[in-house]
Design a protein around this ligand. Structure first.
Ligand SMILES: [Zn+2]
Length: 104
């Protein structure tokens, strides 16, 4: 949820997706824990599954023009990705840290 996985008292990100180098509360270094492409992959996987009901609704139930159907699916997909991406990145960082996975 955007807080330090160890203490939960400090923010994990200093901007939208830029993680902090070190927690100011507990002192753990996050600079070497890199989630790389995992969060982007998982965000697309989750958003695709969340988008499927909208796709079904828009495609088969509503009689919309093609341009509006495409635009609404793109907007909904982008909004879902923007909402879940930082949360999934935080989850990946916490998972890497908690399992002592090798870091760079
Ligand atoms: Zn901390």
């Amino acid at each position: 949820m955007g807080s330090c996985p160890k203490c939960g008292k400090s923010r994990l990100f200093k901007s939208y997706l830029k993680q902090i180098e070190m927690c100011q509360k507990c002192g753990i270094k996050w600079v070497n824990v890199r989630a790389d492409d995992g969060p982007a992959w998982a965000s697309m996987l989750v958003s695709g599954h969340l988008l499927a009901p909208f796709f079904y609704l828009i495609t088969f139930r509503l009689n919309m023009p093609d341009w509006l159907r495409t635009l609404s699916l793109v907007v909904i997909g982008v909004v879902i990705c923007l909402i879940i991406l930082p949360r999934i990145k935080g989850f990946f960082i916490a998972l890497i840290w908690s399992t002592d996975a090798p870091t760079s």
